[in-house]
Design a protein around this ligand. Sequence first.
Ligand code: AMP
Length: 306
Amino acid sequence: MTLLVVGSVALDSVFTPFGQTADALGGSAVHFSVAASLLHPVRVVGVIGNDFPVDQLDRLTLRGIDWSGVERVEGESFRWKGKYSYDLQSRETLETRLGVFANFQPRLPAGAEEAKFVFLGNIDPELQLGVLDQVKAPTLVACDTMNYWIQSRREPLLKLLSRVDLLMVNDAEAREFSGDWNIHRAGRWLLERGPRRVVIKQGEYGALLIEKDRTFAIPAYPLEEVFDPTGAGDAFAGGFMGYLARNGVADTDAMRRAMVYGSTMGSYAVSGFDIQGFEGVALHDVVERVQLFEDLTRIPAAERIQ
Ligand code: AMP
């Protein structure tokens, strides 16, 4: 069950109350693939400029991530600069430089068109559509987006929504896209645009899986130290999709379980700058943390109140 992701491969400059980075390894496809690779092999499609420190991508190779679908072309790499509030609850984008992504035409490497689990990570919705057009018979297509594209590419984004099975966004994006402050109404609005399911990530408050008649909620793992939330949403998506691809299923029960893997991966992502939160993390650590969610969420059986 091939898992394929298209998204940004970036050089991030991030400011948090605990420190800062400059031109560090980042991007939606990077954070996604690092998390997913703990559960299932993953192939990445993206583009970097000739200024990209390619040795940084060796960190992906070490995790078995296939990034042969990342093209290297003449020009500047995608760069993003962001700053977090003191409580890490909100962030401001200081700068987005598309660089080589501005003229990128994604071409799937041989065999990738057979992918069954496809994640259209945060990037220009035209590029997400370009990848979707090349995939033959996927079992599940999920996509993400961001305020930048909601504001600048609303029409192609709506077209994309009508073609995917699942949308994964954070609460601020869901509110902005739908124009509704209530997260459940926003979720319904998004469902009405096409996808059968919507996942809304809520940072330290966890995430919701919204379907037409039911909603499932998972908390975030209770962490006492958080350094850098960058990439938490993509890592959540990586855990979610990695779990589904590993098991080859995409029904509601599997997705509810996948939410736990998503939340677990998000907790690693926020524990360090760039992809450092995943250093030293192995599958057995993931499994252990997933088990802790059982205690976190178990409602003890009791006599039913009549
Ligand atoms: P997240 O914190 O999960 O929302 O994702 C953060 C990552 O998204 C960073 O590593 C950025 O490089 C990347 N990013 C920021 N803005 C954009 C954008 N407009 N398009 C694609 N990727 C972006």
